[in-house]
Write a protein that binds this ligand. Sequence first.
Ligand code: AHN
Ligand code: ZN
Length: 337
Amino acid sequence: MIKQLIMGITVISILAISCDSSKKTTTEDKATENVKAVKAPSFNADSAYTFVKKQVDFGPRVPSTRPHIDAGDYLVEKLKSYNWKVTEQTFDATSFDYKPMALRNIIASYNPHIKTKRILLAAHWDSRPFADKDSERKDEAILGANDGASGVGVLLEIARLLSQSDSLAIGVDIIFFDGEDWGNDSSNQKYTPVRDGWEDWWCMGSQYWSKNKHERRYSAFYGILLDMVGGKNAKFFVEGHSNDYAPSIVDKVWGQASKLGYDRYFIRKQGGTITDDHYFVNEYAKIPMIDIIPMNPEDGSFGEFHHTHRDNMDIISKETLQAVGQTVITVLYNEKP
Ligand code: AHN
Ligand code: ZN
């Protein structure tokens, strides 16, 4: 009985396969075969936008505050609901201005059993505890819709899409780094460093993870960091460390963006060099990682929203989320096992 059932299923599968191959005669199929481009699932910018808003609705995600704890719990639950294997890494740190930071890196793995080829995607999920570039309410925490929540929103959407598909034969890890944005702004005298022997007040989560990976022998083929990837009319120039540590990944990502018609966002010209989470992943974890981060090549700024209260949902653009999300997921789907 079981044998017959298996035989039946085999016959049906063979029929299905031969049916499928007999369809591959249209010119469209031939064209896609020639460039060997794999079509990725469609990135849903409405869904990504909802994930960004959900984080912002908790309030500023400042370490050691209630909204931070609740937003972290939400991110863990969401990733688990997509059947990703979630590992949390909690640790304590002290900020440059002597505040205790209870930090939590959130690490999620897709196809955790695949050790041969893994790709690392990351964004920071905390938001800045002050608005030092604003002219008002400078000492109040910002919502960080773009600076923080946008990258996380794009990656949650990618996690959702991968959970609906089993066709990817590579491993993917998503890390939401904590404590990225409590660095001091040297342009503001009030926040000059007061502790000796420390310079890098930024990127505490990525510094910690890069020196204490969630699996002792963990490595990835390469990494892609998303930072402030939701702003209207964002322009992603090639960031300096990305070009130094991982030029082939820059080519891959900017090349894919161009194929998808997103040259308006991904500008293949050198921009500024930024100390961001990818720097520590490159330097300490020795994983080549690029940063997709907007910049204004004229003045080297990230945009007028940056570290002000204007960094709220009003500046988030679904078009930008779409360009970044579709590019990254297409890169994943074109990766050979
Ligand atoms: C500095 O400005 C030193 N680093 C930028 C990293 C950053 C801040 N990303 C988001 N907010
Ligand atoms: Zn910031």
